[in-house]
Each structure stands twice: as C-alpha cells, then as structure tokens.
Design a protein around this ligand. Structure first.
Ligand SMILES: C[S@@+](CC[C@H](N)C(=O)[O-])C[C@H]1O[C@@H](n2cnc3c(N)ncnc32)[C@H](O)[C@@H]1O
Length: 500
C-alpha cells in the first residue's frame, strides 16, 4: 500500500495555495497514493439515479420513501436514509431537486464523521470569485433554496448551522476539487451517469498542462495515484485539470472559469505549445510558415517570415473551423472534406483538426470492424496508420511517460499496423519477410500500449481495453509464429544465414 506521507509533502504558497512535492525520488510508474473518497455523488443536473449505485433509478427506498433506487439495490447509506426518513420533506423532494443529493451528503458528514467533515472544510472553494456568478446563481436555485425553504436541516444538526453560505461553499468544494469516478458500468451507462468524488489528498496537487501523474479510479471509487515520469525529491507533483488535446485558449478558459486561475505553465507560455502547434494557424504571407499567438504582445506572428496576422482574420478562421467541425457528420467522406478544407488555413495538428482526425480514425476503425474486408482498402488503412502516428507524436510531447491517451493511441496504432500489413501481404505489395517486420512493429506497439493501460482498473473502459489488448497480443504472437513457419529459412524472426 502506497504511503502518502512517505512519498509526498504538503507545501503552501500565496500563488498556488497548498500543493504537493515529492518527499523522495519517485520512479516512473510508482504508486504514491491510494485514497477513498470522503463523499461521492452525481454530477450537477444528472438524471435521477439510484442513490446506492448511480445506475438508472426505477423505484424508491422502502424505508425512507424518498431516495431513488434501482432494481438491484434495496438500501443506501444508513445516515442518509435516516436523514430523509426524519426530514419531513415531501415524498417527491429528491425527484424535484436531485441536485441536493451530494451537498446533503457533505453536510451529513458533520454528524457522521466529523474528522472527514473538517478535512473537507480545509479544501479550496473560491467562494468570493464565485459569488453572484452564473454557477453561484444556479446552485442558489437548485440546491440552496430547495434545502433552506423546505427546512431540510432545521433542528436536525446539533453541531452545525446550515446556512446558504455553507451550502455554496460545499458546492464550490465539488466544482474545484472533485475527480470523476467511472467503472463497474457498461459503456452506455458510463456515458450518462458519471459520478464524482472528493479526495482531499489527491486534490492537493497543483495543475500543469503537462502533468507528471496519472489517476485511476475504480468502480468502488478507490483512487490510485501514479507517477508517469521520474520525479526527483523536492519536485512538484502535477495533475492536469483540463484536457491535454485542447489548445491554449480553450485550456486557459476552462481553468479560469472552472478553477479560478490563469495557468502560466511552460506549455501555456510557449506560443508553439512545446512545438506541437496545437493552436497555430498557417501564415498567409509565406508558404510553410506557422503563426502562433504571443500573449504578452497580443499578436499572431509567423515563425518563418514574421508576418503578423490580424486578430479578426484568425478569429474568423478558427470559428469557421469550429462551426464546421461541430456540424460535420460522422462519416469518412465528410470528415475528410472538412479536414482538407480547414487544413488550408490551420496547422494540421491544430486542436480543431486533431479532433476531426480522431473522429476519422474512429470511423475507419468502425468500418474495419463491421464491414466485409473487401470494403476496407489499403489506402484507408494507410490513412488510419498515419493518423495514429501523428497523434502519438503529439501525445509523446504533451503526455510524456505513462499516459492513458497514449496507451489507447498505441492500441489503435498496433491495430492499424497489423491490418495494413495483412492487406499489403494479400495484395502482394509485401512478402513474408516484410510482413514479419511489420507484425513485429505491431507487437512492439501493443506491448507498450499494455504497459501503459495496466495502470487502469479492470472495471473501467480502459481496463476492459487492457484485457482485449492482452488477448490481441496472444493472437498476434500466434500469427507471427504461423507466418514464420511459412518460410523455412526464417526462424524465430531471424533470417538464417547459410554459411558455405
Ligand atoms: C484542487 S485545488 C488544489 C489545492 C489547493 N491549492 C488548496 O490549497 O486546497 C485547485 C486550486 O489550486 C490552485 N491552483 C492549482 N494549480 C494552480 C496553478 N498551476 N496556478 C495557480 N493556481 C493553482 C487554484 O486556486 C485552484 O483552483
């Protein structure tokens, strides 16, 4: 079991608040924390869910007669059940105000587990920055007023005064600090019933757009924290609060609106985003120049000819691309058309293009899975292979070391290589020797993919992918063996050199 205190130290600064640093040298892949949530609950505005397992609800608790439950669950948290039983709340209260579920759980901690409640109260809520904003007003309407106007806590909490200020603060704890929990659900349920939990220790990590940790949360809500690249004693432990494949503008906006700070990490400060050009547009003044945004001068400038682009031109180009990407149908021809159109003005790895390319790779994968082999051309397979290669190049920079996205991309890369090699062999474009070389490359990609996905819990979608990847590895090795058997002079992948 990873000992948090041995691996991490909590420091504090005016700029970051509390944050974590490594207390000793940490190796790539090292587990540094296992943590249980102090509270788990649905996201705001989720549909009505079972309060025990968060799947679709179809009945109510027989005891408190208020909590939604599903077919399989007959009980939910005892303290919560007692609270609703004695609340005097209308029988439909939770159906009308489902957003109160998580804040109520937090408040009940004050009597059921004071130490956890006190730990929660040390978390950052950004109350002043949030006051009277849209999110504040939404919580006022959907959480604070239903609880206070219906006197849900009146006379029920001996050791706590439940005020609108306290409820808003608790909503803030969740918005600023919570982690998503997935697992133990099928894909369709995963999509719609995301839940989140408060993990006070993991939440201490500061943000960086290139993180050095990976979090895996299983279906029982245990959070495991791993180091993705070697971290030296005294170095900070970072978690990426936003998405690696967003461009700088989207990342900074997301962080400012949701986490209340302006990110100044080395990726955000570099107009080229560490050379990935995820936010760059093509220069209109020269052939192969790229224009990136220099925030301190508020200018878009070319890296080749130094031409400066008008801000309105760049905004138009980006909003046109976003609109087309949003409206684009998920089929191969349409995706190719929109990618080609906007690659005229944007860098081929601009985040908008990259997202379209991910959809395209997904559509080619679906075609390979669900269509007769004759429909899957060598050209299409080559396209998917190049898309995977491009994505991997970007991910190696933005998510160095162990990475969930890289693990998934490597899985897709190995499939592309394997399918392409078979097709070329069928079409007599390559022969056994080259086929074996390509299969060996696919095996290398698949092994690396598994080495990254092994950190995922089996109950999560990525954990399921790990299992599939292991089965694929067995099949691929079998195919390599059988292919080797075709040619007598090739043994164990090595050409036997005959010495006269
Ligand atoms: C999940 S909390 C992290 C723990 C928090 N610092 C504390 O003391 O409880 C997120 C908050 O930490 C601060 N923070 C984290 N990373 C930061 C960064 N890179 N730059 C500035 N503030 C950061 C912001 O106030 C942010 O809303």
């Amino acid at each position: 079991m990873a000992r948090f205190e041995e691996n991490c130290e909590i420091l504090e600064s005016d700029e970051l608040g509390r944050y974590l640093v490594a207390k000793r040298d940490l190796a790539r892949g090292q587990q540094i924390l296992v943590e249980q949530p102090i509270v788990v609950g649905p996201y705001w505005d989720s549909g009505i869910r079972c309060l025990n397992c968060f799947r679709n609800s179809c009945t109510i608790c027989r005891k408190c007669k208020r909590a939604p439950l599903c077919f399989d669950c007959t009980t939910h948290n005892e303290t919560e059940c007692e609270f609703y039983l004695n609340s005097g709340l209308n029988i439909n209260f939770l159906f009308d105000h489902f957003n109160v579920v998580t804040p109520v759980r937090c408040l009940l901690l004050a009597s059921s587990n004071r130490a956890k409640f006190d730990e929660m109260m040390t978390m950052e809520a950004h109350t002043e920055e949030r006051r009277d904003t849209d999110i504040w007003n939404a919580h006022e309407k959907k959480v604070v007023r239903p609880l206070l106007e219906n006197k849900a806590f009146d006379g029920k909490m001996e050791n706590l005064k439940v005020t609108s200020e306290l409820i808003q603060r608790i909503c803030g704890f969740f918005d600023v600090n919570s982690f998503e929990i997935r697992g133990n659900m099928d894909d369709a349920q995963q999509e719609e019933s995301l839940i989140r939990g408060l993990y006070p220790k993991a939440a201490l990590m500061a943000h960086n757009c290139v993180s050095n940790t990976l979090i895996s949360v299983d279906g029982d809500a245990n959070l495991r924290l791993y180091v993705t690249t070697p971290v030296k004693k005294g170095e900070m432990l970072f978690y990426n609060y936003t998405r690696s494949l967003f461009g700088t503008f989207e990342r900074r906006t997301h962080l400012k609106l949701g986490k209340y700070f302006v990110c100044t990490c080395s990726r955000c400060e570099d107009p080229t985003e560490l050379g990935t050009h995820l936010s760059s547009v093509k220069c209109t003044g020269c052939d192969d120049g790229l224009c990136s945004y220099y925030a301190e001068e508020n200018k878009w400038r070319c890296n080749k000819c130094a031409k400066e682009l008008e801000e309105t031109y760049v905004n138009n180009v980006l909003s046109d691309a976003r609109k087309d990407a949003f409206e684009c149908a998920n089929n191969i021809d349409e995706l190719e058309r929109v990618i080609a159109k906007h690659s005229e003005t944007l860098h081929p790895c601009n985040s908008i293009i990259l997202e379209l390319k991910q959809s395209l790779a997904g559509e080619i994968r679906n075609l390979c899975l669900f269509s007769p082999p004759s429909k899957v051309t060598e050209k299409l397979l080559l396209r998917k292979f190049h898309l995977c290669q491009e994505m991997l190049t970007i991910l190696r920079v933005l998510e160095p070391g162990i990475s969930r996205l890289t693990g998934i991309a490597l899985y897709e890369y190995h499939v592309a290589l394997w399918d392409l090699a078979r097709k070329k062999f069928e079409n007599k474009v390559i022969f056994v020797k080259e086929l074996l070389e390509e299969l060996a490359k696919a095996e290398g990609g698949l092994k690396e993919s598994i080495s990254m996905l092994l950190f995922e819990h089996p109950s999560t979608p990525e954990g399921q992918l790990t299992k599939r990847a292991m089965r694929d590895l067995k099949d691929l090795r079998e195919e390599i063996k059988q292919t080797q058997a075709i040619v007598p002079e090739i043994k164990n992948g090595q050409k036997v050199v005959k010495v006269n």
